[in-house]
Design a protein around this ligand. Structure first.
Ligand code: UFG
Length: 323
């Protein structure tokens, strides 16, 4: 299939384009390059544009014979969303509305949407399933939940079929070393631990050691970006085979604490991770772990690269590369 990948120059999008190409599809990347990087577009053509420009999207869909869309373009910084919520609604929500409009105008049916575990808010159960209450605790989560809603409404009235994929903590890097994380500023735990090892930042700040978790630090479900990428292909196949519109969680079902991550990065790098403890970060839940049973049973997805060791060794290989 000819597949439009919005945000295809970003961290997850670039891995998705690679996975599409490997699976025999033709990715066409559409990215504003505000956060994405041209050098990450190694599979498929790169078209510069903003997803809010419905006319340009329509034109790209028509001229490239697009048959499906994987929509990842969006703003991702939770902290930034608290400071500037409207930008998040503009890009993530209005941008998604524009994608839906352009698809409907051109008869493109299949959509895989990059959503997030942030749609759940504070967990009320140990493992989060897709039917867990959706009560986001920041504008980022709300902007993605509203986008999910738009797509599901468009699906209910016919025309679109959509799978929102709710990622837990995306991490790691392409095992073949071709792609990796390149955020600016970089706020995520594993990349910051790598940067601390390299001395690019003085130390990793650990946000709180007084959480009600086994070692006092927050627990998250880290899932390898290559496994996330493969889930997009599975979701696309599911839709083409007639699967109903519905969200799927993507995580491993196993949580690791910040201390465990620090130890694993240190082992991967064969060097200590300089770190210091500080106060809790606002908006952080203590524990966030997925129940991805449905993605496994229904999509036939299986994480293959998400062991703690592979997450940290691939991330370290990427961050320690010589450019
Ligand atoms: N952490 C630190 N120090 C840092 C960075 C993070 O201690 O410098 C801790 C955080 O407090 C948290 C854990 O490491 O407990 C993971 O934090 P990240 O910033 O790497 O990721 P988040 O869990 O905050 O959020 C990620 C994505 C969001 C997404 C969410 C869904 O960034 O976009 O997962 O679970 F919504």
């Amino acid at each position: 299939m000819n597949v439009l990948v919005t945000g295809g120059a970003g961290f997850i999008g670039s891995h998705v384009a690679k996975a599409l190409s490997r699976a025999g599809h033709v990715p066409v990347v559409f990215d504003s390059l505000h956060n994405g990087k041209q050098e990450a577009v190694l599979w498929g053509e790169m078209i510069k544009g903003d997803v809010r420009d419905t006319a340009q999207l329509s034109e790209v869909i028509r001229t490239n014979g697009i048959e499906a869309v994987i929509h990842l373009a969006g703003l991702i910084e939770v902290g930034e969303s608290v400071k500037d919520p409207l930008s998040f609604y503009e890009t993530n929500t209005a941008g998604s509305l524009s994608v839906a409009r352009a698809m409907l105008a051109n008869g493109v049916k299949y959509l895989v949407f990059s959503s997030t575990a942030a749609v759940y808010g504070s967990p009320v159960s140990e493992y989060l399933k897709e039917d867990h209450i959706t009560q986001p605790v920041n504008p980022y989560g709300w902007s993605k939940l509203a986008a999910e809603r738009i797509f599901l409404e468009a699906s209910a009235t016919g025309g679109l079929r959509v799978v929102p994929l709710r990622y837990f903590n995306a991490a790691g890097a392409d095992p073949e070393g071709e792609l990796g994380e390149n955020h600016n500023p970089e706020t995520h735990l594993i990349p910051r631990a790598c940067l601390a090892v390299k001395g690019d930042i003085p130390a990793l700040t650990v946000f709180g050691d007084d959480w009600s978790t086994p070692d006092g630090t927050c627990v998250r479900d880290y899932v390898h970006v290559t496994d996330l990428a493969s889930a997009h292909i599975k979701a696309l196949e599911y839709l083409v085979k007639g699967g109903e519109s519905r969200p799927f969680n993507l995580g491993t079902g196993k949580g690791y604490s910040v201390r465990e991550i620090i130890a694993a990065v240190s082992e991967a790098a064969h060097l200590p991770v300089p770190h210091a403890f500080a106060a809790r970060r606002e908006g952080d839940p203590a524990v966030l772990v997925a129940d991805s049973g449905d993605a496994k049973a229904i999509l036939g997805w299986q994480p293959e690269h998400s062991s703690l060791k592979e997450l940290c060794t691939t991330a370290w290989k990427w961050f320690s590369r010589v450019e």
